[in-house]
Design a protein around this ligand. Sequence first.
Ligand SMILES: Cc1ncc(COP(=O)(O)O)c(C=O)c1O
Length: 230
Amino acid sequence: MSTSCPYRSLTRHTTSTPLPPQLPTAPGWSSCATPTAPRERQHGEPKLDHFLGNIPAQVPVVIDGAYHEFVRALQVPDGVAIYRRYPNVAILRTFSKAHGLAGLRVGYLIAPDPLAHAVRTTSVPYAVNSLAQTAAIASLHAADELIERCDAVVRERNLLATALRGQGWALPHSEANVPWLPLGTSILDFAAACTAADATVHPVTGEGVRVTMTTSEANDAFLEIAGQFV
Ligand SMILES: Cc1ncc(COP(=O)(O)O)c(C=O)c1O
């Protein structure tokens, strides 16, 4: 395999939060998400610019735009606009969220040539199978349905967040597809109650749960359980 790729043996120095993360010393790479995942605080453009302006230019920064389609707040920085301003920034996009194709494990990278070349050189051949590629392309061509689906998710996200706040929960603001419920020590009991009621949650031990919004019946069941744990 080629030895000319400058990014070949990079190790990851930081995770997405909190910003500003520890500045990496090259070689390395850094990442952040915009919009952030449901439980993380959203950072504005000045903070991201400060972060990017202080990172050595030879260190690639990957901006994860997994939740891009669910953003409705104007102040959330646009990853692609940032990518155009910094030569070391790349954007990762997944088809798992807005496109609903999580099971197919497909996404794409927008990157400057040297970084794109490095990724091609080191990535697993045929990592994205032809079924996943076909589905992803079909979904890109179904923009109207995508917008409709995301609008519905945003409506449900906002309704659920308002209802949870009404119950007394202190939810972080989420521009992602789901709200985050901070639970502390009662997570497992909460998750078990949700499972029994056919409401799907994704528990993160010691922290809280993400709510996977499915039907309005499941959301109602979830809200009832949330009301018992507040
Ligand atoms: C910020 C962020 N990026 C990416 C993902 C997952 O993407 P994928 O399914 O493509 O691995 C998640 C999943 O929850 C996420 O929160």
